[in-house]
Design a protein around this ligand. Structure first.
Ligand code: CTP
Length: 408
């Protein structure tokens, strides 16, 4: 997730029902409740009785500013399950314990949360978290397969450290930021890009000089990864071709890892014939060492200069692989005559849209979470955008991509 949800409130007006069942991972659900609330959603927390053994309702109440529900019986609660189920735009159960998955899979309604699932028509996402043996048990597998078959979106557990003394294995609940991204997928209108295949490139590439050194640039991959995330949330099938970055891979995207510009070109050329759009947010290295040394170059034998050779221009060299009507977006990072240079690239690389940023501006460009860009279109419409988080910019760019696709 790039940027701070607090600044963007993308889910203002949405109502998310966060179900918490009784597992040790429920401490992470407090942060998830916070992320959803900061993103503008009204978060109704529903705890199973077992969850209350692990974490206090008051924690969720303080984080969401709303009442926490857990009783199915008792005066005044009689229709809570129906009211809560009907008002939710999305239901997220995190953690979903082995017991909760079993009860949900067999249609039980013996506590408020399972009753809500039966009464709900909103999309449901389950985030199982349990001991690795419990996760591997054939009964759990059958329960989870059934839950998927009835339309629940199941986020598989991560592999990693389990509860104290239990070592590591698959069963650990994913981090709240990852669950938050999946929740966005539930909340977003997925019709806009449903059925579309979008290829996004991201990050820098690396050109080796010898086995330990390389030529590269400062690209962080934040912009490309944010676009891939946003496209997936809007329903697209996303292939993310990425150079080396420290940004977490976006959920839902098929990720192709590459090192060099030539490898990135080959991956793009492979994906392009089936793509409805190509968004080239990567900063591929433009030069490589003309000759790569087989062994580490010793300091004592350092050459006075390294001869460089150009790498292939990915956009230009894959034009013939584009299918008719493919929407193509490029990026340009300039330091002088910003708009003039970008307009020339727009036409030379046969783009529909180019996203231009001035590398000399504060808060724009490499490494930071924000960007200030100008959008130049093939039809001559220029649009100067204010400084904004990259996550928000990703959505603006996708709005334009959808418009371009619809116009075809
Ligand atoms: N790009 C590409 N292949 C390359 C280098 C860049 O396809 N080898 C793409 C980038 O992903 C971006 C667009 O081309 O979408 C413009 O990149 P930029 O680095 O600004 O332009 P260059 O073509 O490298 O031109 P210059 O270095 O002269 O500014």
């Amino acid at each position: 997730m790039s940027g701070t949800p607090a600044l963007q409130r993308p889910y203002a007006g949405a109502r998310v029902l966060l179900g918490v069942s009784g597992g040790i991972a429920s401490y992470k659900s407090a942060w998830l409740a916070r992320l959803l609330t900061l993103a503008g959603a009204d978060v109704d927390v529903v705890m199973t009785p077992a969850a209350r053994e692990f974490i206090g309702a008051v924690t969720f109440e303080a984080l969401t500013g709303r009442a926490v529900h857990s009783e199915i019986f008792g005066a005044g609660n009689a229709l809570d399950h129906v009211k809560l189920a009907r008002s939710a735009n999305a239901i997220v159960v995190a953690p979903a314990t082995a017991d909760f998955c079993a009860r949900a899979a067999s249609g039980q309604a013996n506590d408020l949360l399972t009753a809500i699932l039966l009464a709900a028509s909103a999309p449901v996402m389950l985030v199982p978290a349990m001991n690795d043996h419990m996760w591997a048990h054939p009964q759990t597998k059958e329960n989870v397969a059934h839950l998927r078959s009835i339309g629940y979106h199941v986020v598989p557990p991560d592999e990693g450290m389990l509860a104290a003394g239990e070592g590591s294995g698959p069963g650990r609940m994913p981090e709240p930021e990852a669950i938050f991204a999946h929740a966005g997928w539930l909340l977003e209108d997925r019709r806009a890009l449903g059925g579309k295949r979008i290829v996004v490139t991201s990050g820098p590439t690396r050109e080796p000089i010898d086995p330990v050194r390389y030529i590269s640039n400062h690209s962080s991959g934040k912009m490309g990864h944010a676009i891939a995330s946003a496209a997936w949330r809007r329903g697209a099938e996303v292939v993310l071709v990425t150079g080396p970055t420290n940004v977490a891979p976006p959920p839902g995207a098929c990720v192709v890892h590459v090192e060099t510009t030539e490898q990135m070109r080959d991956a793009v050329a492979r994906e392009l014939p089936n793509a409805d759009a190509l968004i080239m947010a990567a900063a591929p290295a433009d030069f490589r060492a003309a000759a790569v040394a087989d062994q580490k170059i010793k300091k004592s034998a350092a050459p006075a200069a390294i001869e460089l050779a150009p790498t292939p221009d990915i956009l230009a060299s894959t034009i013939d692989a584009r299918r008719v009507g493919c929407t193509v977006v490029g990026f340009a990072l300039e330091t002088t005559d910003v708009v003039a240079h970008a307009r020339e690239k727009l036409s030379r690389k046969q783009l529909d849209l180019i996203v231009v940023n001035d590398a000399t501006e504060d808060g724009a460009g490499f490494g930071v979470d924000t960007n200030r860009v100008t959008l130049l279109s093939r039809d001559g419409r220029d649009e100067q955008l204010p400084l904004m988080p990259k996550r928000e910019l990703a959505d603006v760019i996708l709005d334009r991509v959808v418009r371009l696709m619809d116009g075809r």
